[in-house]
Design a protein around this ligand. Structure first.
Ligand code: UDP
Ligand code: MG
Length: 333
């Protein structure tokens, strides 16, 4: 096994929404799984506005496990993506692991995944639930389709973009601001800030949910589809939306300009009137459309830049959190 010096500090981030009954086994599994982890680690649990006992039980568990267990309570239910973002913002580790709090992912996979990420020198190691234990029609089939589509559009060939169990270099994931249901397509966003060959995947274990229910039904699936479209758009044109809108604008501008030039020749060189020609209206229309597209492109470009520079801030969503000053790293004996 490698020495702690080779294992940079790790922050484990777990978003939790109404998972009260899963908490105790989860804490036990995380501590068992990381018992021999050859490096310092901390655990950040985000209570995403649960109305059940999750928040109170978390605090009780922090008393018993110690200050390497940090808690963030959001003011209301903001969704898994926002909860993950809050955890990522709080993470101090050079590496960040994310996973679900319902024990569908196995925390015992983390040390092996970290070692693999370091050995392969990756920025993101994506878990692959090869034997996924979820409903076939509602979850497995839509996610297969989504995975195929993402792979096709992005050229990034991963089997399971949506698996929450992932290891990141924190410099890379902190570069990205997540919103909507974007946690499902994180590799797509990561590919926007690193080289595709620095994103890898590795098989992980997957279990059926133990207690409680999945928070995702058919209505969230629709939102996911819309976010998928945004992710496509981002990856194709996101870096330079000005190029996308601008090139449509330039095509219209060129066509309109040619028609205008033709009409000017007809009028001034050939001396014929052009008064009632439909071509004149078409030319004017094309030029106006061109200006519209180009300005839309400039606006989109400004917006993307502002979004990425400022990012969605999560701190105002926090109702309560354990004092970051008392946070400590856990080091295996
Ligand atoms: N989750 C969350 N906020 C939400 C919905 C879910 O923090 O609004 C958490 C949830 O507690 C779990 C993880 O996100 O730890 C995955 O949720 P779930 O198990 O419902 O999703 P599935 O496994 O069915 O995709
Ligand atoms: Mg689950």
């Amino acid at each position: 096994m490698s020495s702690p010096a080779q294992h940079p500090p790790l922050s484990v981030v777990i978003p939790l929404y109404e998972e009260a009954d899963n908490l105790e086994p989860l804490m036990a599994r995380v501590h068992e799984g990381l018992a021999n982890y050859p490096g310092a680690w901390e655990l950040i649990c985000i209570d995403d506005g649960s109305r059940d006992d999750t928040g109170r039980r978390l605090r009780a568990l922090a008393e018993c496990y110690g200050p390497h267990l940090r808690i963030i309570q959001l003011r209301r239910n903001f969704g898994q993506t926002a909860a993950m973002q809050a955890g990522i913002d709080a993470a101090r580790g050079e590496l960040i692991a994310t996973l679900d709090g319902d024990l569908q992912n196995d925390p015992a996979d983390i040390p092996r995944l970290v070692a693999e990420l370091l050995a392969r020198d990756l920025d993101l190691l994506q878990g692959w639930r090869r034997h996924r234990q979820d409903d076939l029609l509602l979850r497995k089939v839509p996610s297969r389709l989504a995975n195929l589509l993402i792979g096709w559009v992005t050229g990034l060939k991963l089997h399971d973009y949506g698996c929450s169990l992932k290891i990141y270099r924190s410099t890379v994931i902190k570069e990205i601001r997540l919103f909507g249901e974007m946690h499902r397509f994180i590799p797509v966003w990561v590919a926007g800030v690193t080289a595709p060959e620095r994103i890898g995947e590795s098989e992980v274990r997957h279990q059926p949910r133990r207690f409680g229910q999945s928070k995702y039904g058919i209505s969230r699936t629709f939102r996911v589809v819309l976010d998928l479209l945004s992710a496509f758009f981002f990856l194709r044109f996101g870096a330079r939306p000005g190029h996308f809108f601008g090139s449509i604008g330039l095509v219209f501008g060129l066509l309109g300009g040619m028609m205008m030039a033709h009409l000017l020749i007809v009028k001034f060189i050939m001396g014929q009137p052009i008064g009632q020609r439909p071509l004149l209206f078409t030319a004017i229309l094309f030029i106006v459309v061109s200006i519209q597209f180009i300005t839309t492109g400039v606006l989109a470009e400004l917006m993307t830049r502002t979004l990425f520079a400022a990012g969605a801030k999560t701190h105002h969503r926090i109702r309560w959190q354990s004092d970051p000053k008392t946070a400590v790293w856990k080091v295996s004996p």
